[in-house]
Design a protein around this ligand. Structure first.
Ligand SMILES: Cc1cc2nc3c(=O)[nH]c(=O)nc-3n(C[C@H](O)[C@H](O)[C@H](O)COP(=O)(O)OP(=O)(O)OC[C@H]3O[C@@H](n4cnc5c(N)ncnc54)[C@H](O)[C@@H]3O)c2cc1C
Length: 419
């Protein structure tokens, strides 16, 4: 006999950075919220693990302090085939492991009153005509008044798939490094750029280096995804990668991989009334900017804020019952209309806010993929120091979506240094 769907205020699909951030803000505002996260324990993510100062401020705003061991990152080094440009970054950027960060954010959302369901995969959502959706999961169904879609690179049935604008594969690995390598990479995020592959490296604690790359499928096909095969093959192809990654002992471990990565995508409209997309489901910025995590956090926070204002009355009783997952909250005949309007507004505002930032980042990514143009740009960066700070500033999350403390800080105000 079919089991009736449980009632939920808001269901958040995916408890990564964007989903957990939305849930934390909703729970803090007293809205009853259930998070369905498919993983049971911390999982590695394909990410460079460079967290910008704007992202760190958004985390502090919700009550998360980064670990004292998270290394500060004061400079960025961009390596072309023959030339390297080093530029100072504004203070407050860090290297931080996603194994720690995603877990800390989920825990914070739980402390604030969100009901976190681990090991639950959402199979599809079926939008309702007024607001919200029937959410079908591996652990039964939820009848939700609103839904936040935060599944990252994975598309979800019931939500239109994003256009496949690029076919690249993203890979990532944590690797232990010797003290000599550590000293060389201390305080910097290293980016190497080349045809068919590019990548980044940053320390995330005292001994661990995070390495992430974006590779054309044809380049990955032959060596495969085992680090001891793939990384030496990339270093043979790219002199810049060989310079950055020299002295690393690559393990016989398969790298974490994700594909495709739809760089440049922005979702302009909500997939249904009362349905909010956040993080990579809303906007996917080329990784070289190191701003994807901040976009995920900022969009989770903004969707949470708009959704909470649409939720309206009944907050006090919702707060009391939030621990009961489904909860009991006051009926409100105008709520469906307000939530539908909030989801429309959320997509309109955020698509507009992120579009220019993504356009500049995609344009830069295309230029950087051509070795001759890249060498020219690196040379120009040396002679015209303001170029790098200007480009950096144009690829940061817009001021209006930042935490208050990061609004006045001048992104990319650093000086260019010739190494
Ligand atoms: C190569 C590469 C390097 C990058 N480097 C950086 C960097 O240095 N700095 C930076 O700021 N950004 C970087 N990014 C971008 C950043 O990693 C992403 O933008 C960010 O992780 C997006 O967060 P999210 O919450 O949207 O998705 P995710 O972090 O992917 O979270 C999605 C969550 O949803 C869960 N989920 C998925 N499907 C389901 C389902 N059906 N049911 C239940 N749960 C589900 C997953 O388990 C996961 O926990 C990089 C990206 C790439 C590809």
């Amino acid at each position: 006999m079919p089991v009736a769907a449980r009632r939920a205020g808001v269901v958040v699909v995916g408890g990564g950075l964007a989903g957990a951030m939305a849930a934390a803000h909703l729970a803090r505002a007293g809205v009853p919220v259930v998070v369905c996260e498919q993983s049971v324990r911390p999982q590695p993510r394909v990410c460079g693990e460079f967290l910008s100062f704007e992202g760190a401020a958004l985390l502090r705003d919700i009550g998360i302090d980064l670990p004292a061991a998270a290394p500060a990152i004061a400079t960025v080094a961009v390596h072309g085939p023959h030339r390297t440009l080093v530029s100072r970054l504004p203070g407050g950027n860090v290297g931080v492991s996603r194994l720690w960060l995603d877990e800390a954010l989920r825990q914070r959302a739980g402390e604030l009153g969100a009901s976190i369901h681990r090991g639950v995969t959402v199979q599809r959502i079926m939008p309702r005509p007024g607001s919200g959706a029937l959410v079908q999961t591996s652990d039964g169904d939820w009848d939700a008044e609103a839904v936040v879609v935060a599944t990252g690179k994975r598309d979800l049935r019931g939500v239109a798939a994003r256009e496949r604008v690029s076919d690249v594969v993203g890979v990532q690995l944590h690797v232990s490094v010797t003290p000599e390598v550590r000293v060389r990479l201390q305080g910097r995020v290293e980016l190497w750029v080349g045809e068919g592959a590019s990548g980044g490296a940053a320390l995330v604690d005292g001994t661990t280096l995070n390495v992430s790359c974006v590779i054309a499928p044809a380049v990955a096909r032959d060596p495969g995804l085992v680090a001891s095969h793939l990384m030496p093959a990339l270093m043979r192809r790219h002199t810049a990668a060989a310079r950055v990654l020299a002295g690393i002992d690559w393990p016989e471990t398969r790298m974490t991989a994700v594909a495709p990565v739809p760089y440049g995508y922005v979702r302009p409209e909500a997939p249904g009334p009362g349905i909010f997309c956040v993080g990579d489901q809303l906007a996917v910025i080329p990784s070289l900017t190191g701003d994807g995590m901040t976009i995920a956090l900022a969009s989770g926070r903004e969707a949470g804020r708009l959704l909470a204002s649409g939720w309206g009355k009944g907050w006090a009783s919702a707060r009391r019952d939030a621990g009961a997952a489904g909860g009991h909250w006051e009926a409100d005949p105008g709520r469906a209309m307000r939530l539908a309007e909030a989801s429309r507004q959320s997509h309109e505002c955020m698509a507009q806010a992120f579009r220019r930032q993504l356009r500049v980042a995609v344009w830069l990514q295309r230029l950087f993929a051509q070795p001759r143009v890249l060498e020219g740009l690196l040379r120009a960066g040396v002679w015209l120091p303001p170029v790098v700070p200007l480009l950096m500033r144009a690829t940061r999350v817009p001021h209006g979506l930042r935490a208050r403390e990061a609004r006045r800080a001048p992104a990319g105000s650093g000086r260019t240094i010739v190494p």
